[in-house]
Design a protein around this ligand. Sequence first.
Ligand code: UD1
Length: 368
Amino acid sequence: MLKTIVVAGARPNFMKVAPIVRAMRRRAHEFAPLLVHTGQHYDAQMSDAFLRDLALPEPDVYLGVGSGTHAEQTAAVMVRFEPVVVRERPHWVVVVGDVNSTLACALVCAKLCVRVAHVEAGLRSYDRTMPEEINRLLTDQIADLLLTPSPDANENLRREGIAPEKIRFVGNVMIDSLLENLERAASSDIHERLRLPRDYAVATLHRPSNVDDPPTLARLLDAFSAIGERLPVVFPVHPRTGARLVEFGLDDALDPSHVRLTPPLGYLDFLRLLSGARLVLTDSGGIQEETTALGIPCLTLRENTERPITVEMGTNRVVGTDSGRIVGEAMRALEAHNRSAVARPPLWDGQTAERILDALIEASASRG
Ligand code: UD1
């Protein structure tokens, strides 16, 4: 029986841990999971709505760290997570993704000689100005088991000198959540609530490089407005972005008939919104993957992506933040749009959580 702590911290973690915790509960003869929520994301819209939509159990331990600078947030998670690991002495700690909580918990475990498995290992943007890239690089250096979503991630890890026996290609666990919840999401009434026409686009922004710099944010909003003249753009606003819009006086700049601002949406509402969209504009990592799995055209508003497989599959284009380029690419995507049969990357098949559990069992056996 493997006692396993599964860590979730921020919004993009919840849809990755849900299938893992569920699979561990199904395989109760092999796993005893404990869910730890660091509280990096803490409010109803960023956290509670996700736990509910994903039918995640109440966390066994809530660390309540909240926001702060990177140092404050990372340190607070470490200080509060360490006694939990000392008390519980798990066989494994599973961390997911690339948020500050991921690195903080991995580092605590490395010092306590408790084995860490990193889900979504090996993704690289090769842009060290992104806080997430630092979290990815360092977590992968200290993890004992690196569970990758795509073959390019295996290659990156090998290039960094990670021992091949630590690396397992398991597929994309976020797509487990997506496939499991598509049917439930179909009953969301988000279209009625927002009174959306058949054709609309969806936009999201939260990366510091896009939202903390006034000229960049203004350029992106200009692009949304121009696209909004062709079809309404629904823009669920991340708390960081909402704060910047107010701070920079950009919150009134948008014509609501072109760009509709909404609060952050729950998982099922957002999935429904995404699956009906003609076009998605985003700087999120996860949404690049979800649009690939759904076969929806996506424009990534960044200079790079750590998820090149989404570009290879043909759904995603990395277009930067120049407003003219974004609008041009959007118009091209809307004209070309003819949703064809969805081709999913290998092992994005809804069975990744099972493979993660198998890998944990196998790695435990090989270490004795
Ligand atoms: C974090 C992650 C990022 C991930 C994103 C998804 C890091 C370094 N960044 O960025 O990788 O893609 O989450 O959402 O870990 N806030 C709220 N309510 C909340 C959470 C945050 O109002 O529930 C506010 C905070 O007070 C802060 C801002 O949103 O002002 C940013 O939160 P923070 O956790 O610092 O990082 P994110 O930008 O959300």
